[in-house]
Write a protein of this length. Structure first.
Length: 349
């Protein structure tokens, strides 16, 4: 089925497979910080307010830039900011649409607390407010893709904003662009024209269909595991879960040992050889001790000679594999009608 062009075209109305094949282009997206002037205040804390893919970009950045960040960076996925947000806090409000109500609430709260504020959005109310008060902002490109497929563009925009305010070096912004050609080459092997016997993304989809996937990663790959979970939710319209090592061994590990007796799951360990050796050992020992109690974990060994490349490689593969799973599930991978219905009902007075 996954090698049948007619089936793929029929079920993928928004051409998400084609869009995913071009995600690498986002790594070279031009970024301009508009209204760039700021008062030079000392920034002692950074908060990124965003939901969904916007939060994911921040999670990727936090993992990737951890060794360089001299100030704490927190991601807020709610309506309210932490109590410590003050004049010396940089609050970055990030939303693809610019109309995410949780992010707008955080933006307004940040303004009331006289924090340093920046905006990343594709338009909407956030951009209007930022323009009105000449707030530093990046306008995301107008691409005909779902917001969840703009993660690389959002990461590039976020890195530009962090560099603009002196949180990271501008070299990091350039590092994303340098990964583009390599990502393009890797993604070619997962495109729809590559047959299943040679296509890793299609093979993962066939292994997973009909099951509930569970994704695990260590400290370096936990954001990737989260990405795989949300890709299955939105692209495959399939419930999925994720967790991270070593925390897994302190609770969920024991949970696998008993109920439910029937376990229709597909378990994946997303593995980077850059992880702490004890994390890798925990994955191997845990799978061995759980033999017969849960399905054997399937390793997804990320590629790339830098942590950034590994995270972006995993990001693109997640979308390909989950879109193919959606096609096998006989659903359209693109639209998220239930989420749109929720937003509509929440907006009604």
């Amino acid at each position: 089925m996954l090698d049948d062009k007619n089936v793929l075209n029929q079920r993928d109305s928004e051409h998400t497979l084609e869009a995913t094949a071009h995600q690498f282009e986002q790594a070279q997206m031009p970024v301009e910080v508009l209204s760039p002037d700021h008062d030079g205040r000392e920034i002692t804390k950074v908060v990124v307010a965003g939901m969904g893919g916007s939060a994911l970009a921040a999670l990727l950045a936090k993992t990737w830039l951890d060794s360089e960040l001299a100030v704490p960076l927190e991601i807020v996925r709610s309506y309210t900011l932490p109590s410590y947000v003050d004049y010396n806090t940089l609050v970055i409000a990030s939303s693809c649409s610019g109309n995410t109500e949780e992010t707008l609430a955080c933006f307004e709260e940040a303004r009331k607390r006289f924090a340093q504020v920046a905006v990343i959005a594709g338009g909407g109310e956030l951009i209007k407010l930022a323009e009105a008060d000449t707030i530093a902002r990046v306008v995301l490109p107008k691409l005909s893709v779902q917001p969840r497929m703009l993660t690389i563009a959002q990461l590039r925009a976020l890195t530009a904003v962090l560099a603009h305010f002196g949180i990271v070096n501008y070299d990091r912004f350039g590092e994303i662009a340098e990964a583009a050609s390599w990502l393009a080459q890797e993604a070619q092997g997962w495109e729809s024209t590559v047959t299943t016997d040679k296509n890793y993304a299609k093979q993962i989809a066939l292994f997973t269909v009909g099951k509930t996937p569970v994704f695990y990663g260590g400290p370096l790959m936990k954001s990737a595991a989260y990405k795989w979970k949300i890709s299955w939710n939105e692209n495959a319209k399939n419930v999925a879960f994720w967790n991270e090592y070593p925390e897994f061994n302190h609770n969920e590990f024991v949970g696998w040992s008993s109920h439910p007796v029937e376990k229709p799951f597909a378990v994946f360990d997303i593995i980077s050889e850059r992880e702490h050796p004890q994390v890798l050992k925990r994955m191997e020992v845990s799978d061995r001790l759980l033999s017969g109690k849960r399905p054997k974990a399937q390793p997804i060994r990320v590629k790339g000679d830098t942590l950034l490349k590994q995270l972006l490689w995993a990001n693109i593969l997640a979308d390909f594999a989950s879109i193919y799973t959606g096609i096998l599930n006989n659903v359209d991978p693109g639209p998220v009608e239930l989420a749109n219905k929720l937003k509509k009902e929440l907006s009604q007075a």
